[in-house]
Design a protein around this ligand. Structure first.
Ligand code: PLP
Length: 634
């Protein structure tokens, strides 16, 4: 466990149990062993065939843990509650979840349900997000905020106003000055008095990757001039009472509480000024930015780490708002945050399988030990000289010269291959020879490539796109010391489809030797519950993973699978790109018949299988509506 820093990034949810497997403590506390969920048992349950009592799902598998989500929400709320109490702050905290972080129906519904006692709300950034947020909030607390951010056209604004007239506590946050005219016009037309917020473009700048849109030249929000102009316009229209909220967002993964306090302090001043100008200010919305310590270092010196915990974050916010308001004698506002990453990152784990590995090494190569002396006759004069020098140096024990001659020999041979002088067999034998020499000299790269049943582009898009590193760990054998340094290569045919950066700045991951021909070795990607699912693409037409929703259950079973959904089939992903699987099937079946081939069944099977490499017999998919509820976990 120490090798993978599990305690540092995983506490209090992930640890290693006495079987050497990753165990989930869904409620965050040190629970009794029978209350821990063993991820290997979840994998076995999910992947065993239905006839063997499993769910017949194929990997990769996304395990959703709603209990973790509940615990994160309660912890965030608890952190603000204690900061408010200990500082004598005179208003409450009432957060919203920005659905863009993970729009999965069950994630959003869970957050609304778990957040109802705290009046937790939702934030939307587009019309589709607004529709789903409205629907989910009809079952939430009537006081919960529905914050409407993002670019807004007339339809978006009309929908937000309809939400308000449906008694959803909707706030339209102006990101651009021009949006005000549309809000005023449509609210008059619909006869709905809007509640308006302003997104301020702060001067405080967050220097990390996620802060590139902050600062005076940032992409979003209103400048000081524009804020003044909106306030004046609202006063002229006798609508200044509609302005009730000030919002800012200086970027995700704010690294330190000092930067946070700087930003919140600046926003709180603007808030107080708006109150002075006559707006009926009630809420300060501090946006997202509450970060995750992906590498567990608590250093806060890169996008991988933040130097604070929930309590320190909440305390810094409360104090900064209080300081500004007390100085200006302004009533303390409700503090709203739009924390997404911090709320959902821990709640899911992507589990995938290493199906094979490859490495350069004498013991593993087909040509190893081959007699390469025949090369001498077939080489050109120059290459033959290199070869003779190499052999002579080897006999002398002059390893340094060996390496030089081996290198020269390889280069000359490649040129000769391109000129058609050397054949494929000779070239391969030369490669082997130089690898054997390099290995003997201790220069061979001992790193093994593990081929994993996954698409990086679908399941870890931020690694490919912005170099975001997530903890990746084998979910079993953690009671055995791993003997291999590995990198991961996915199944897409794209050179970017690999993971060769790991937490702690490591370029390899300690892995266990694969037994047999590979397969049966499972790894988990942790802390990826935010953004990855929504950003994941269909590169190479690899669809999303199978999904199980797993809750802790008491009694003889430690977990219950509340929902099981097979991953996308080839037909699903083809449909997403406007192909028509039924038409394709008919055309291919027809062609097969013309050629006298019995291909129909095989084509149909592939169309309905997942576009991943399947190892062994994963069994059938779950029938009916592809959902399942099963409490026979252990
Ligand atoms: N609010 C707004 C306006 C955002 O743009 C974002 C994401 O960048 C968030 C909230 C969520 O941020 P985080 O995931 O850092 O909590």
């Amino acid at each position: 466990a120490a090798l993978y820093q599990i305690e540092a990034w995983g506490a209090p949810y992930f640890s290693v149990n006495s079987d050497g497997d990753i165990a989930v403590r869904p409620h965050g506390t040190a629970t009794l062993p029978h209350q821990e969920i063993d991820l290997m048992k979840v994998v076995k349950k999910a992947s065993a065939s239905t006839t063997a009592g499993g769910l017949g799902l194929r990997l990769p598998l996304l395990v959703r843990l709603p209990d973790v989500l509940k615990h994160r929400l309660e912890s965030l709320h608890g952190a603000f509650d204690s900061a408010i109490q200990s500082n004598g702050y005179l208003a409450h905290y009432q957060g919203v979840y920005p659905v863009k972080c993970n729009q999965d129906r069950y994630v959003v519904e869970d957050i609304v349900e778990f957040g109802t006692p705290f009046h937790y709300g939702l934030e939307a950034g587009s019309k589709a997000e607004l529709l789903l947020a409205m629907t989910c909030l009809t079952r939430g607390s009537p006081d919960a905020f529905l914050i409407c951010n993002g670019y807004k056209d007339e339809e978006y604004i009309a929908l937000a106003l309809i939400a308000r007239s449906m008694d959803l506590n909707t706030v339209i946050v102006l990101e651009q000055e021009e949006e005000l005219d549309t809000v005023v016009e449509i609210s008059r037309r619909l006869g709905v008095r809007p509640v308006v917020g302003l997104r301020a473009k702060l001067r405080t700048k967050h220097s990390g990757h996620f802060g590139s849109t902050s600062g005076e030249k940032g992409k979003f929000g209103l400048t000081t001039m524009e804020i003044l102009s909106v306030a004046r316009k609202l006063r002229r229209l006798e609508m200044l009472d509609c302005l009730q909220l000030l919002h800012f967002h200086i970027g995700s993964q704010i690294p330190s509480t000092s930067l946070l306090a700087d930003g919140v302090g600046e926003a709180a001043q603007i808030y107080c000024e708006l109150a002075r100008l006559g707006a009926e200010m009630r809420v300060i919305d501090i946006g997202g930015g509450l970060g995750i310590d992906y590498d567990g270092s608590r250093s806060g010196d890169s996008d991988m780490s933040v130097s604070y915990d929930l309590e320190e974050y909440a305390c810094a916010v409360v104090r900064a708002v209080m300081l500004a308001c007390d100085r200006k004698n302004v009533r303390h506002p409700i503090i709203c945050s739009e924390s997404g990453r911090a709320l959902v990152s821990h709640h899911s784990v992507v589990i995938f399988e290493a199906v094979s590995s490859s490495a350069i090494g004498a013991g593993t190569l087909p040509f190893a030990g081959a007699d390469v002396s025949f090369l001498a006759e077939e080489l050109s004069d120059g290459a033959r000289a290199d070869y003779s020098n190499l052999i002579a140096a080897a006999f002398r024990g002059d390893y340094k010269s060996c390496a030089v001659y081996a290198d020269q020999l390889k280069r000359t041979s490649v040129e000769h291959f391109k000129d058609g002088i050397v054949g494929l067999e000779q070239l391969a034998a030369l490669d082997v020879l130089s690898d054997i020499i390099a290995k003997a000299l201790g220069e061979a790269d001992p790193v093994k490539t593990y081929h994993v049943n996954l698409s990086i582009f679908t399941s870890i898009p931020d690694f490919w796109g912005i170099g975001q590193v997530f903890p990746i760990v084998p979910i079993h054998h953690l009671d055995q010391r791993p003997g291999v340094k590995g990198i991961l290569s996915d199944l897409t045919c794209d050179s970017d489809g690999k993971v060769n950066q790991f937490i702690g700045g490591q370029s390899t991951l300690p892995l266990h030797e694969l037994s047999g021909g590979g397969g049966g070795y499972y790894l988990g990607m942790f802390l990826g519950g935010a953004y990855q699912e929504a950003l994941g693409g269909l590169h190479n037409l690899f669809g999303g993973p199978s999904v199980v929703r797993v809750s802790q259950s008491d009694g003889p079973h430690c977990f219950a699978v509340m929902l099981a959904v097979p991953g996308s089939s080839c037909a699903d992903v083809l449909r997403a790109m406007q192909h028509e699987p039924d038409v394709m099937f008919e055309a291919l079946k027809h062609r097969a018949a013309e050629c006298g081939v019995e291909g129909g069944d095989a084509i149909m099977r592939v169309l309905h299988s997942m576009p991943y490499l399947i190892c062994g017999d994963g069994g059938g998919v779950v029938a009916g509506d592809a959902t399942s509820s099963d409490s026979d976990g252990c």
